[in-house]
Design a protein. Structure first.
Length: 232
């Protein structure tokens, strides 16, 4: 673990302290692999954070990498996002962008075509693909923002076996305690596939009323010294 710092300290120190470590890791990878795909985080045009950013265009420049701009149409405003991002990049950064992709598309592709053609002309870059929305792909989310749509008891335990605890067909109900700090927030999705149980996020004391047992999500690095939780 690198350290425990505030958000302000992290942004101010990561270029000087973390970026050299990132480059060392990258150099080891280049020595062992012919092709490396580098995924950025968030937007490369966060101009208020750009001076200390190490995961987007700074890393692309260090690796002399060609870039592919990916827009999330599921959140809305994808064309404005693509155009605005390119406008906010420096000239040298724009030169690295070879094209763009539209992600999480659902609907009639013919309705998208005019917008794609317009953005291709405005950006002078080709659209290299439109990726359909895949709700069951099973990939972990980038960060805990996805927990805003977490499976609360009201969402997780609807259905034919929702109310009768004596129903033999009802799976074991496990409440996953919502911690203030969490790593690996997507692991519970894999557990739902392995065992016959229903998981939900337990964010408030009242959420445990219909829970058979509780689980605490922890990072593997913090396993030692983790207190045991009582069975409810």
């Amino acid at each position: 673990m690198w350290g425990q710092v505030t958000a302000r300290d992290y942004h101010q120190r990561r270029v000087e302290e973390l970026f050299p470590l990132v480059l060392e890791c990258y150099q080891r990878l280049t020595a062992a692999h012919d092709i490396i795909v580098i995924e950025g985080a968030g937007s490369p045009a966060e101009i208020n954070l750009k001076a200390h950013d190490i995961v987007n265009m700074r890393m692309a420049a260090a690796a002399d990498a060609a870039c592919l701009l990916v827009g999330d149409i599921d959140r809305g405003g994808v064309f404005a996002s693509l155009l605005g991002t390119m406008a906010l990049l420096d000239h040298q950064e724009r030169q690295r962008v070879r094209g763009f992709v539209i992600n999480k598309f659902r609907g009639d592709p013919d309705l998208l075509t005019p917008g794609v053609a317009t953005i291709e002309r405005r950006l002078r870059r080709p659209c290299l693909g439109v990726i359909p929305h895949l709700p069951a792909i099973g990939l972990d989310e980038e960060d805990s923002v996805a927990l805003e749509d977490r499976r609360t008891p009201a969402r997780a335990w609807r259905g034919v076996h929702a109310t009768d605890p004596s129903d033999s067909a009802r799976p074991l109900r496990v409440g996953v305690i919502s911690a203030l700090v969490i790593a690996g927030a997507g692991h519970d999705r894999r557990h739902r596939l392995r065992v016959r149980c229903q998981l939900s996020a337990a964010a408030a004391p009242g959420d445990r009323a219909d829970v058979r047992t509780c689980a605490r999500p922890i990072d593997h690095r913090s396993w030692r010294g983790c207190p045991r939780l009582p069975i409810l």
